[in-house]
Design a protein around this ligand. Structure first.
Ligand code: SAM
Length: 362
């Protein structure tokens, strides 16, 4: 009799992370659960007819996603982020969170959302075992927000407050900077984030799809950090990156922490929490962080993408559906790891990728 024990009978213990060809340990799987969204952000999805959402029968089921998560933990993945499209538009997400949270070896379970539906879901998500939320918000001006997304700012703000009330902390706000659209709001976003005790991160626009007017709208972080209104607020000479984080952070100057905090106390005397006091910068175009990248990306159609910036993908769906063994699946995940590129292929001449961000998930 063979003395080889099938992998699913082995003790459920996270193995040491596998490394890619460049010595980077892979510990983080981002999973897009759906490529539909309840917002229409101009820079995120292709124009009208160019966008074909994944057909229902081609979407990975939550059972299939859970199986991939179990396999990934066998290879050392400890951190999962669910994204989309908008993950909260997919039915059953709260139950899926509970299932993934229960997978042994998962130490960090996060969600990226536009927060439109968070008012309703924040508490159930927290109770289901979600650890953290990242919320995308590019403008605090209701008109600009509507032009950019087709949505209502008030719904997003209600979602953020629901996440605070549900006890998520820290709550991260991701704002994509765009020239002539929201670059003038950077300082007010910082002040608001301090008052609201949110961890704000600015992200450089990426050339994700054809015809998005990327060159004109791209606003480098270096330009932001040269501005008097930002230098006045941040200690721009002190930046630090933690572990494999995509962001480097700068502390908020003490005078701004105090004034914003005092204002928040005046506005809401019952919530004197300590301000986080830092702002993050994610620079995929001008100062990429590939050397510390520890991610793989699974998309809602079952394709596993080793790198955000490259269109190369490995199909897991067929293997998930044809009765293949867990070993086969593990082999494909390992293969994706070995196929990570050394560095991003985005250039300033890039015009777009086969997939838009709505499909990859960020
Ligand atoms: N719907 C969720 C959300 O809003 O966070 C998750 C998916 S969304 C595609 C993930 C993130 O990608 C958002 O923060 C969005 O702003 C960002 N994003 C989309 N297109 C981008 C681009 N061209 N450059 C930079 N970030 C982009």
């Amino acid at each position: 009799m063979s003395n080889i024990i099938p992998i699913h009978f082995l003790p459920q213990q996270a193995m040491p992370p596998i490394a890619d060809g460049f010595g980077r340990k892979i510990g983080y799987l981002r999973i897009s659960v759906v490529d539909r969204c309840n917002l229409r952000c101009t820079y995120c999805r292709p124009n009208g007819d160019d966008f074909h959402a994944v057909e229902r029968e081609q979407l990975l089921t939550f059972e299939e996603i859970e199986r991939v998560v179990r396999m990934a933990t066998q290879l050392g993945v400890e951190k999962i982020r669910l994204t989309g499209g908008e993950p909260l538009v997919r039915k059953g997400l709260v139950d899926a969170i509970a299932r993934i949270a229960a997978v042994p070896g998962i130490r960090d379970l996060a969600l990226s959302t536009n927060a439109v539906l968070l008012d309703k879901f924040a508490r159930p998500l927290r109770e289901a075992g979600l650890h953290r939320v990242n919320i995308s918000l590019d403008s605090l001006n209701p008109q600009i927000f509507e032009q950019l997304t087709g949505g209502r700012l008030s719904e997003v703000l209600a979602g953020i407050h629901a996440a605070q009330d549900a006890g998520f902390t820290p709550i991260r706000i991701n704002a994509v900077l765009m020239r002539g659209i929201n670059d003038h709001e950077a300082a007010s976003l910082i002040d608001w984030s301090i008052r609201e005790q949110l961890e704000l991160r600015f992200i450089e626009l990426m050339p994700m799809r054809e015809g998005m007017d990327w060159q004109r709208q791209y606003y480098p972080i270096s330009e932001l950090l040269a501005r008097a209104d930002i230098i006045d607020r941040l200690e721009i000479n002190t930046s630090e990156r933690q572990g494999s984080s995509a962001a480097r952070y700068m502390p908020v100057r003490a005078k701004h922490q105090q004034s914003s905090h005092e204002q928040s106390l005046r506005e809401n005397e019952s919530a004197p929490r300590r301000p986080p006091g830092k702002v993050g910068f994610i620079e995929p175009m001008s100062n990429h962080f590939c050397e510390s990248c520890n991610r793989l990306r699974l998309m809602s159609d079952g394709k596993l993408r080793p790198c955000l910036s490259a269109d190369h993908e490995i199909d897991l769906r067929a293997t998930l559906r044809d009765g293949s063994s867990d070993e086969d699946l593990l082999g494909l995940i390992r293969l994706a790891t070995t196929q990570k590129q050394e560095a991003s292929t985005y250039t300033f001449e890039s015009t777009g990728r086969q997939r838009s961000m709505i499909s990859i998930g960020g």
